[in-house]
Design a protein around this ligand. Structure first.
Ligand code: SAM
Ligand code: SF4
Length: 332
């Protein structure tokens, strides 16, 4: 199908959702070990040869762009620990049809790369930050230092990058931090988003906090959250304003109010597995196709078929499969 106005191809699934967003994990390695993302015993990283090379990723992204993807979010593991990530972003931006390239990062290495990232025309950065307390941060990330993440946020704003903060509320851990994290949007033009904990992998035995409670905690401190229009933002989050705030508040209600009706995305792991949904075992092996010299048309057909098979909604059903889902490999 083509867009009547632009003539560009449109990728849709069998429920009529437009699929225009790719989450691209470029590494499964990370410089932190968040309790809800990595298991305590650590993980076996996949071998160098199993990871898609940058030229393979670029080739795939050209195919994705040809069939209707116009936004790519670079994620990981921690994307900034892969050497060459910044140059890769510049090349991604140059692909015909890719309008927006964004990144999700834990922020640890962000400060030192921001100027170069801005020159590479990165459009936006999401920074994960679950607490502003140094000791809790170190505990949650198993040894991380909060360090200069806040100064990286301010530098990103100075460089005119769009900034979002992602915070995962965790029962018994950061309830008290929620208003404080929300307040980062008071004097800064940023969006602070609260993401309900998805009971996957390392998080399957942990407890998150439902959106209603997050709402209450914020409203108690800052007054009424006024909803922004339904179509504000491109993905599954709902956005709100608060009186006197320069920035916005977002809620990604992954569990208590399934966000799937607005889902517009596919996910590619660093080893080339393309998934139509965070949960569920369906995937396509794009690395195998690439390395067996499949034609671009053949790869495009596989992507279209996978998009068509996207389920109506996720199924975080606390079963054995959910426990095996590894967020640091899928990219969140
Ligand atoms: N390392 C980068 C970072 O932390 O931003 C990028 C990868 S990380 C897997 C992407 C996002 O997934 C982070 O914002 C993280 O908080 C979130 N995440 C990881 N496990 C999660 C879970 N079980 N439920 C909700 N969000 C999760
Ligand atoms: Fe690393 Fe991000 Fe997972 Fe934390 S959430 S362990 S920073 S991949």
């Amino acid at each position: 199908m083509n867009d009547i106005k632009t003539g560009r191809k449109i990728l849709t699934d069998s429920f009529g959702r437009k699929i225009d967003y790719l989450r691209l994990s470029i590494t499964d390695r990370c410089n932190l070990r968040c309790l809800y993302c990595m298991p305590p015993e650590g993980v076996d990283s996949i071998s160098h040869n199993e990871i898609l090379r940058f030229e393979e990723l670029l080739k795939l992204c050209r195919i994705f762009a040809d069939i209707g993807i116009d936004t790519v979010r670079v994620t990981g593991g921690e994307p900034l620990i892969r050497k060459g990530a910044v140059d890769f972003i510049r090349e991604l931006k140059a692909i015909n049809g890719i309008k927006r390239v964004t990144m999700t990062s834990n922020g640890v290495l962000l400060g030192e790369h921001l100027k170069e990232l801005s020159r590479s025309e990165l459009d936006a950065v999401n920074i994960s930050l679950d607490t502003l307390d140094r000791e809790k941060f170190s505990f949650l990330t198993r040894g991380g230092t909060l360090g200069n993440i806040l100064s990286a946020i301010d530098l990103a704003l100075e460089l005119a990058l769009e900034v979002k903060i992602n915070c995962v509320p965790l029962r018994g851990f950061n309830e008290d931090d929620i208003p404080q994290i929300a307040s980062l949007a008071k004097n800064r033009k940023i969006t602070v988003r609260f993401i309900e904990l998805m009971p996957l992998g390392a998080a399957s035995s942990m407890k998150g906090i439902a959106e209603t409670e997050v709402f209450t905690l914020i409203e108690k401190k800052f007054g009424c959250l006024e909803p922004l229009p339904f179509n504000y933002g491109s993905g599954p989050a709902s956005y709100y304003t608060l009186d006197g705030f320069s920035g916005n508040i977002g809620i990604i209600s992954a569990v208590s109010r399934r966000f799937c009706e607005k889902c517009n995305r596919l996910r590619l792991s660093a080893s080339g597995a393309l998934k139509p949904c965070l949960s569920g075992s369906i995937s396509a092996d794009l690395r195998g196709l690439l390395r067996n010299n499949a034609s671009d048309e053949n790869i495009a057909d596989v992507i279209r078929k996978l998009a068509a098979d996207k389920p109506a909604g996720h199924n975080f059903n606390f079963n054995d499969y959910s426990k095996k889902i590894e967020m640091f490999r899928i990219g969140g």
